[in-house]
Design a protein around this ligand. Structure first.
Ligand SMILES: Cc1ncc(COP(=O)(O)O)c(C=O)c1O
Length: 314
């Protein structure tokens, strides 16, 4: 679909704004992509300029000065960085082990599975929590998880990853089932301007066309690579949740491994058709094991990927 890149649309004959009138508040390509993602998640989707944009919108919409956010430890590092930044406005952050009950908090923020430690939330404990419940479902995607069915209030995606899937679009999304939450997020998005570009929304439409097939293939390859990695003498602690395409494992010298692959690109990010690998210590420090390597499995041939890893680990 060729995106409509207009920023304005004429008012109607009576001088009233139509559905689309100024692109910061919405545009046709964004609305079409939101409808498709919403259908997959079973809620109402909104798009933002990036995953971090979506996170910012959620925090600005629902946190107050003095609010406490309980964040899953080992969740995407940038999420904790954003929450610490908002500490200057009175946001309080506590990190907790999401495999156990969340502590008292105004907002509970889980990630399924957490990137890069690949833990899963205790869904019963999340459901029972009285606070606003947010789940970052970037790595699972709606192919593997409909977090709204677990009682979550807001599902969040870095659509930059699997949903768009080609390492060529920056995009974020939220999905909610509560009309008031959606209206508040839409209001904050329009006021702050954390809005998605039409081209990125078009990338989401393209990505959703192949999402099922990409997720099935990436999972089949990742399952096999996780099995082979677990048997490798140079590798410890292989973490793989059993679905999707993210694996993390520990090695003695992660910098050596990440710089020796030839097929797998030594780059950050995940969820694209090309496999990527990186040591996470450079970003996250001692929050994660020093030797942790994160591998995002793409659509290449499994034996070609294994030969590349085996060479890098030698
Ligand atoms: C799980 C998760 N959530 C959110 C983000 C942030 O998304 P973006 O890079 O699109 O802003 C990322 C980025 O790596 C991520 O991995």
């Amino acid at each position: 679909m060729e995106p409509d890149r207009s920023t304005i649309w004429p008012f109607d004959e009576a001088g009233e704004p139509r559905d689309f009138y100024y692109a910061r508040y919405g545009h046709p390509t964004g609305a079409a992509a939101e409808a498709r993602l919403g259908e997959l998640e079973g809620g109402d989707a909104l798009l933002y300029s990036s995953g971090m944009g979506a996170e910012t919108a959620v925090l600005l919409a629902f946190a107050q000065p003095g609010s406490t956010v309980a964040l899953a430890a080992g969740a995407y590092y940038g999420t904790s960085v954003l929450m610490r930044e908002l500490g200057r406005w009175g946001l309080r952050l506590v990190e907790f082990d999401q495999t156990k009950e969340p502590p008292a908090a105004d907002i509970v923020w889980v990630e399924s599975p957490a990137n890069p430690l690949l833990t899963e939330p205790d869904w019963d404990a999340v459901r029972a929590h009285p606070g606003l419940k947010v789940c970052d479902a970037t790595v699972s995607t709606p192919v593997n998880l409909r977090a709204l069915d677990h009682g979550v209030d807001v599902v969040l995606h870095s659509a930059t990853k699997y949903l768009c899937g080609h390492h060529d679009a920056l995009l974020g999304a939220t999905v909610t089932r509560d009309a008031d939450l959606t209206a508040r997020l839409r209001e904050v998005r329009g006021r702050t301007g954390i809005a998605a570009a039409p081209d990125a929304a078009a990338s989401l439409l393209r990505g959703l066309d192949s999402l099922d097939e990409r997720m099935a293939r990436t999972a089949a390859t990742a399952r096999e690579l996780a099995r082979r990695l677990a048997d490798h003498t140079g590798v410890e602690n292989v973490r793989y949740p059993g679905y999707s395409g993210l694996i993390s494992f520990d090695v003695a010298d992660p910098r050596r491994v990440e710089t020796r692959t030839r097929v797998i690109v030594n780059a950050t990010s995940l969820g694209g058709v090309e496999s990527t690998i990186e040591s996470r210590h450079r970003w996250e420090g001692d929050r994660i094991p020093r030797g942790l390597v994160r591998l995002s499995v793409g659509l290449e041939d499994v034996d070609e990927l294994w030969a590349d890893l085996d060479h890098a680990l030698a």
